[in-house]
Design a protein around this ligand. Structure first.
Ligand SMILES: NC(=O)c1ccc[n+]([C@@H]2O[C@H](COP(=O)([O-])OP(=O)(O)OC[C@H]3O[C@@H](n4cnc5c(N)ncnc54)[C@H](OP(=O)(O)O)[C@@H]3O)[C@@H](O)[C@H]2O)c1
Length: 266
């Protein structure tokens, strides 16, 4: 019970990595709030988890509407008197439109960067106001390995996630004196709906070829890193940018070719 009695909010958490974070934190004893735009789906999921004895409550947040961040955080604080952990999980990109510098409409670039950055900035700013008054807290940003290693496409997504990595360090430095920690988890390719609907099987194969642990990550494996940063086990850890990517982004650029040759030799 590493998060016993902590109040945790996870944004965009009806599915995928967010939902895995909700479950993992609740299983560690936290009272968890699920940020969701689809309240029907959130109520259904929260109901099923509550029936298992977990404390999970949906709160409304549409990531495209700035005022809903303030309302979401306020709702948690009104109910609990505090917010101890904020997991900024929301992130978006449409790879059909978010391409390279030559082929991306500036409006798509600006909108994607805007959505991804404001989701972290506004919710963190709102949570910090309360955390400062209640003795501290932990903020965990779900970034991406794409914010560390440039790709041939998704220029807006990569830029926004790179900025989120830097924002993580800025928050860590600026809020340490208030006992507020801020860390980022950078998933590699993780088995969620986003991967199934956005990335072709061919791209997935290319990606895994350069992933030393040759498989996709599971949402639960991302959530395990989130639980660590949320817990007091990480009380002396802040400003860290931690890849959970099976080693993607770590190896020499010719890794895939050399690994294939070594495998062929047996
Ligand atoms: N999967 C990967 O391989 C991977 C890799 C690197 C980083 N990441 C990052 O991990 C995070 C989660 O990704 P995922 O793969 O778990 O995504 P996902 O499975 O597609 O789930 C997306 C979640 O975001 C919610 N959402 C979408 N638009 C929203 C909006 N406007 N307002 C509020 N909620 C909204 C969805 O809610 P609805 O049910 O309402 O649609 C859903 O709960 C993102 O920040 C992503 O960039 C993922």
């Amino acid at each position: 019970m590493r998060l016993k009695d902590k109040v945790v909010l996870v944004t965009a958490s009806t599915r995928g990595i967010g939902l895995a974070c909700v479950k993992a934190c609740a299983k560690e004893g936290a009272r968890v709030y699920m940020g969701a735009r689809n309240m029907e789906r959130a109520q259904e999921t929260a109901g099923a988890l509550s029936a298992e004895g977990l404390s999970v409550t949906p709160v409304y947040n549409d990531a495209s509407k700035e005022e809903t961040y303030r309302i979401m955080i306020q709702e948690v604080v009104d109910k609990e008197g505090r917010i101890d952990v904020l997991v900024n999980n929301f992130g978006t990109s449409d790879p059909r439109k978010d391409m390279d510098i030559s082929h991306t409409d500036p409006a798509v670039f600006i909108e994607t960067v805007n959505m991804n950055l404001k989701s972290v900035f506004i919710s963190s700013q709102e949570a910090i106001r309360h955390m400062e008054q209640t003795g501290g807290g932990s903020i965990i940003n779900i970034s991406s390995i794409g914010g560390l290693v440039p790709d041939i496409s998704q220029i807006a997504y990569g830029t926004s996630k790179g900025a989120i990595n830097y924002l993580t360090k800025l928050i860590a430095v600026q809020e340490a004196r208030h006992n507020i920690r801020c860390n980022a988890v950078l998933p590699g390719m993780t088995a969620t709906d986003a991967v199934k609907s956005n990335l072709t099987p061919e791209f997935q194969e290319f990606f895994l070829r350069h992933t030393p642990i040759r498989r996709m990550g599971l949402p639960e494996e991302i959530a395990a890193a989130v639980v660590y940063f949320a817990s007091d086990d990480a009380a002396y850890t802040t400003g860290q940018i931690m890849a959970v990517s099976g080693g993607f982004g770590l190896a020499t650029p010719v890794f895939g070719d050399l690994a294939d040759r070594a495998n062929a030799r047996g």
